[in-house]
Write a protein that binds this ligand. Structure first.
Ligand code: LLP
Length: 422
């Protein structure tokens, strides 16, 4: 069993570098990523034949380059993500496809990318099979199957069952295999991803469903993917998934298939959050402190334009304080942490449904920093320009050195593509 997580309430360093120094150099709000944490997480998963990073979690080129250099392949869900993967040095073809496009539909742009670059596709609908078949004469594809059940940390991240738009409904596997054949396409891979931030019990159910489907596909199958969804601890006391136990389950499934088919079947995993979440910190400055009746609000310069998970899912992120005067001995108090946006939902301490809650945090002064932790997955990538706020800077700490990997947007960037018609 893994050790339960503990999160500090006072933080002075990130990856060995002073938080105050980082804020001085790069200003706030800024995302800081610790490369060592990402590499540790990659090592946890080495037993799988292929670790395919779901780049939607954090797709900065420097992060993609880092994982690529450590043997990780990549998943792409749009033409833009294929473009990024290429820009970060991933080749388009290889024995195990270096880039896999996974979606439930082809927008026209993505179909162009996939066919021009010969990208392997993990198909999520019969229409995709047809559209691909009209464009290419032959090729291998994978099918993403919706096994009829799903699970996630929120209803919005559950990707299985009949309320989900994702994947090919399990009963349609047979007809999709025939459709693929008629279109000159061979199904060589199967994939299931039932949700993001699931738990062991639910993730384990997938193995049985996968085995059943694999037997329907038959011996042309040479790869199965367990998808992503591996949870990470966001709160004190939560532990990480028991990876060995998880791998053993999948390995047993894979071994049975290998025996039946009498050839190797590659076992893939497709994590996003697991690789990048814990490596990411959003540093932000306390700019105002106010009392509203009994409640104390810390208002910081990051909002849901920078980190949308709390307002979207009621997601909990650990928050720590970096005292600007270095005095760490602060009494704690229940506070609400909010951002600068002109919208009352711009609160980092809320539950799903928008219920505002308090968090026990050390007493703060204006000018102190708050560090919103476990923000490396679905943080920057879900940021927006709402309220004409500029996108934050991103910094990667590598070999004890901070590197600016994305400059803070400027106000002129905001209007660069806009036109006033004459
Ligand atoms: N593979 C597929 C097909 C997926 O749809 C996803 C996530 C992943 C892999 C990676 O899942 P992960 O290992 O990161 O859980 N914005 C939400 C998460 C949405 C996930 C969408 N798909 C959040 O902030 O929690």
């Amino acid at each position: 069993m893994n050790n339960p997580a503990t999160f500090p309430t006072i933080r002075t360093e990130i990856a060995g570098i002073s938080v105050l120094e980082l804020a001085r150099c790069f200003e706030t709000p800024t995302y800081i990523y610790d490369s060592d944490k990402i590499l540790e997480r990659i090592e946890d998963l080495r037993q799988f034949d292929v670790i395919r990073y779901a780049q939607k979690a954090c797709s900065n080129l420097a992060i993609l380059d880092l994982v690529r250099r450590h043997g990780v392949l990549v998943d792409a869900v749009s033409g833009g993500e294929i473009y990024r993967a290429q820009a970060a040095g991933f080749p388009t073809t290889g024995t195990a496809p270096p880039i896999v496009f996974c979606a439930d539909l082809f927008d026209r742009r993505a179909l162009e990318y996939v066919t021009n670059l010969d990208i392997h596709v993990n198909v999520g609908s019969s229409d995709m099979i047809q559209q691909l078949g009209q464009t290419v004469t032959e090729g291998n594809i994978s099918l993403r199957i919706n096994p009829g059940f799903g699970h996630g940390h929120s209803q919005k991240t559950n990707t299985g069952g009949d309320h989900s738009k994702h994947g090919i409904w399990h009963h349609e596997l047979q007809s999709c295999l025939q459709l693929a054949r008629r279109n000159g396409l061979t199904v060589t891979g199967l994939h299931m991803h039932i949700g993001s931030g699931s738990d062991f019990e639910h993730l384990a159910q997938v193995c049985g469903a996968m085995e059943k489907c694999a037997l329907v596909v038959g011996s042309e199958l040479n790869s199965i993917s367990a998808g992503g969804g591996l949870p990470i601890p966001y709160r004190d006391g939560e532990s990480t998934l028991d990876i060995n136990r998880y791998f053993e389950l999948w390995n047993a499934t894979r071994n049975r298939l290998q025996e039946t088919f009498d050839h190797p079947v590659s076992l893939e995993i497709e994590p996003g959050r697991y690789l990048s979440a814990e490596a990411g910190y959003l540093i932000t400055e306390v700019r105002a402190i106010k009392k509203m009746g009994e409640n104390t609000f810390y208002l910081v310069d990051a909002g849901f334009n920078d980190l949308a998970r709390p307002i979207m899912y009621g997601a909990y992120h650990p928050i720590s304080l970096t005292p600007s005067d270095g005095v760490a001995d602060r009494p704690s108090q229940p506070v609400i942490v909010g951002g600068p946006l002109c919208e009352s939902g711009d609160i980092f301490t809320q539950q799903e449904g928008g219920l505002v809650c308090t968090r026990e945090l050390p007493a703060a002064n204006v000018g102190d920093l708050l560090v919103i932790e476990c923000a490396g997955a679905y943080g920057f990538v879900m940021a927006s320009n709402y309220n004409s706020k500029t996108l934050a800077a991103e910094v990667l700490v590598k070999n004890q050195q901070p590197h600016l990997i994305r400059s803070r947007q400027t106000e002129s960037d905001l209007i660069r593509d806009e036109r006033i018609p004459s």
